[in-house]
Design a binder for this molecule. Structure first.
Ligand code: 5GP
Ligand code: ZN
Length: 112
């Protein structure tokens, strides 16, 4: 298996786990871009949003709802940002779909 996030999910590479259920895994980003920076990934390998299809819709919704739940738990009531980078121009560097949950500081718009 040569996917970094599949290896993290499998426990082959250590990560600071924040949440896990039967289909979602969440862990701290190794290079945080904000005081809170969590990555939420589906356990089943999916390269990215560009590769997602209609049967993935429920899973994509569940990832977003879990991000909102974690944000509530972490008291990010002043706001947070969910980022899903798609492809090289957006800076996607790991080709296993992941949501970034960023919070704990004001966010600029538009993003860089
Ligand atoms: P992307 O740029 O693909 O949207 O996001 C990939 C994210 O994965 C980056 O924010 C990067 O810091 C994070 N990352 C890369 N390698 C590792 C790792 O080995 N462990 C953890 N926890 N995060 C990683
Ligand atoms: Zn993977």
């Amino acid at each position: 298996m040569d996917c970094l996030f599949c290896r993290i999910i499998a426990g082959e590479i250590p990560a600071s786990k924040v949440y896990e259920d039967d289909r979602i895994f969440a862990f701290l980003d190794i290079q945080p871009g904000a005081p809170t920076h969590i990555l939420l990934v589906p356990k089943r390998h999916l390269a990215g949003l560009a590769e997602a299809t209609a049967p993935d819709a429920e899973l994509l919704g569940a990832l977003q709802l879990k991000a909102a739940e974690l944000a509530r738990t972490l008291h990010l009531e002043d706001g947070y940002r969910i980022v899903l980078n798609v492809g090289p121009d957006a800076g996607q560097s790991v080709f296993h779909l992941h949501l970034h949950l960023l919070g704990g500081r004001p966010m600029a718009w538009p993003p860089g």
